[in-house]
Design a binder for this molecule. Structure first.
Ligand code: PMT
Length: 405
């Protein structure tokens, strides 16, 4: 069953270049089991056709107040009453400022004004528009009125400029909606629990222009953060340098090197956590000394002395608090189960999640993973290749069961 089974989502699409992503978003919502109806502005039709959206949503797209061919009235009131959630993605500066001002000059805006369901907006515009006081104030006003405003991550924009204003990725928008609708049973073992997740790579400086790192993107760690939040946990992510949109609702602690991650994790741990998941790919070694200026090439081989980084999971394992559950990951290329089991014991973990680079589609960078979960009591669960989001949900369910036991 999808996370939006039988939920009625009214998807509003406004006229910005990010409208092309509305098709992917719509497909994801449908795949998660939602019934989707689409309402578009006239300008949105210039960026993506109603035919595309109608085909994907399996429902006629609404743009005008009435059908010009047969005069059928499209009631904005009944649309607003039908929906369990009105999601506007992308939401342009024009639509957001009109929403804040109560202007009702198209079907999408009148629907917003009459909607009784939760409203979620995914702003998308150029960086200077995004920073303009008129847009900032509209977003503040909408936020105060209870509209959920999704993060607009920084990155390259269609204008060629770089900065905030990109539309949140469709996967993150769908995950937010799933989280909103997830029944957080009071009895759920993770509801209200504090969870710390490490994610992404660490970067170890050689000189001002070079470094040692690895291929971790943060996808697995961020998927876990989302899955924990869906269960009602409050999540802090200590993350190395990653360029993915950050999970909405989690707290972020940015670090660069393994030493910084070590210090941040210990500092966080001392504040008290119920669950800690070590998903980051931490560099085991760093250059003994980072050169202060660029190392010059003179054609001869060079030797960089590498010294071991602290093992964060093992260090936290040594000061483990009673009641706190520690979950590690093991990224293996051979003797997978043997190595993972030895890390489980050596780092004082309650559970370890083994992923092998020998499995195509598993490990670094991919949207999928295949893992074996091994618990300290010997219990073992195999999760075949699935999306990292689905794998994360299953890992979190195992952790929940462990907390219940
Ligand atoms: O970020 P993605 O692109 O989605 O990729 C996900 C992933 C492959 C990075 C993730 O699924 C994963 O396997 N993370 C752990 C990678 C790793 O460093 O594995 P390891 O077997 O070397 O380390 C074992 C455990 O000790 C891990 O929990 C690790 O976080 C921890 N560790 C390792 C070294 C160190 N100095 N300190 C640590 O805490």
């Amino acid at each position: 069953m999808g996370g939006l089974e039988n939920k009625r989502i009214l998807l509003g699409v406004t006229g910005g270049i990010a409208a092309y992503k509305a098709a992917v978003l719509c497909r994801l919502l449908v795949k998660e089991g939602a019934q989707v109806k689409v309402v578009m502005t006239e300008t949105a039709k210039k960026f993506i056709t109603p035919l595309t959206m109608a085909t994907i949503s399996k429902s006629p797209v609404l743009v005008d107040f009435f059908n010009p061919e047969n005069g059928e009235w499209h009631s904005h009131i009944s649309l607003g009453m039908w929906a369990d959630c009105f999601l506007i993605a992308p939401a342009t500066a024009n639509t957001l400022t009109k929403m804040a001002a109560g202007i009702a000059d198209n079907l999408l805006l009148t629907t917003y004004l009459s909607a009784r369901c939760p409203v979620v907006v995914a702003p998308a515009m150029d960086v200077d528009m995004f920073r303009h006081p008129a847009v900032r104030s509209a977003l503040d006003t909408l936020g105060q009125r209870g509209v959920k405003i999704l993060e607009s991550p920084a990155g390259e924009l269609a204008s060629g400029l770089s900065g905030e204003g990109r539309m949140a990725e469709p996967e993150n928008i769908a995950a937010t909606l799933i989280g909103m609708f997830a029944p957080v049973a009071e009895s759920c073992a993770l509801a209200g629990k504090k969870v710390l997740v490490t994610a992404g790579p660490t970067v170890e400086k050689i000189d001002p222009v070079r470094y040692v790192s690895n291929h971790s993107t943060g996808k697995m760690g961020f998927a876990l953060a989302e899955a924990f939040m869906d269960k009602g946990a409050s999540v802090t992510v200590v993350c190395g340098p990653v360029s993915l949109p950050f999970p909405d609702g989690a707290r972020r602690v940015d670090v660069v090197s393994a030493l910084e991650m070590y210090e941040s994790v210990l500092k966080e741990y001392r504040t008290g956590y119920d669950v800690v998941v070590f998903c980051a790919a931490v560099a085991d070694y760093r250059p003994k000394e980072a050169a202060s200026s660029k190392i010059k090439r003179d054609g001869r081989p060079i030797t960089i002395e590498m010294v071991p980084n602290p093992d964060i999971a093992a260090a936290v394992g040594e000061i483990k608090r009673p009641g706190t559950r520690h979950v590690g990951f093991a990224l293996e290329t051979d003797s997978e189960m043997k190595n993972a089991s030895s890390k489980l014991a050596g780092k004082n973990l309650d559970m370890i999640v083994m992923n092998s680079l020998r499995v195509p589609g598993a490990g670094f960078g991919t949207d999928t993973n295949a893992v074996t979960i091994i618990s300290a009591d010997g219990h073992q669960v195999d999760i075949p290749l699935e999306s990292k989001r689905e794998v994360a949900r299953e890992i979190v369910t195992e952790i929940e069961t462990m907390l219940d036991a």
